[in-house]
Design a protein around this ligand. Structure first.
Ligand code: FMN
Length: 143
């Protein structure tokens, strides 16, 4: 059983929906999932993770500020070589995914075990689940 930590933020519930779906899928596969909003997470929570997922939405072609702030905070975490992946909710361009993924790769030097996934805003959880399943499967295969 792996300890999967998810750090994210969501202003209107779409990224939250992705986190809920991923938590359900990882839990069903027998893993422990802890999801933290950007402002709630501590460096120790992330250090304790076997795998770290980071994600946030795009607003005005940018990552939201709370996620930018936590990316600075997590510079102090022990992330070099830690397995992880990025995710994002978006409407039409989705720049937040690349920002998070670049930071995980270049600043933290994490081991990205799946290509980052972005899911277009939708209130339909089943649609979100369908789009996230290949991403989750790839991560499960790497655990
Ligand atoms: C004011 C505003 C600006 C937005 N700007 C962008 C944008 O530049 N690119 C994009 O892909 N989506 C953009 N979106 C869409 C959001 O990324 C999308 O609704 C996303 O699912 C929001 O995630 P959240 O519900 O977790 O906050 C914007 C939405 C709003 C309301």
């Amino acid at each position: 059983m792996a300890n999967i930590v998810i750090v994210y933020d969501s202003l209107r519930g779409n990224t939250q929906r992705m986190v809920d779906v991923m938590s359900e899928l990882f839990s069903a596969a027998g893993h422990q999932v802890k999801a933290f909003k950007a402002k709630e997470v501590e460096v120790a929570d992330v250090n304790a993770a076997d795998l770290l997922l980071l994600g946030g939405p795009t607003y005005h072609k940018d990552l939201i500020n709370t996620m930018k702030q936590v990316l600075f905070k997590l510079e102090k975490a022990e992330l070099k070589g830690k397995p992880g992946a990025a995710f994002a909710s978006f409407g039409w361009s989705g720049e937040s995914l690349g920002i998070v993924e670049d930071t995980m790769k270049n600043l933290y030097e994490m081991k990205l075990v799946a290509e980052g996934v972005k899911v277009k805003q939708t209130p339909v959880a089943a649609k979100v689940k369908k789009e996230l399943e290949p991403f989750v499967q790839k991560i499960l295969a790497a655990l």
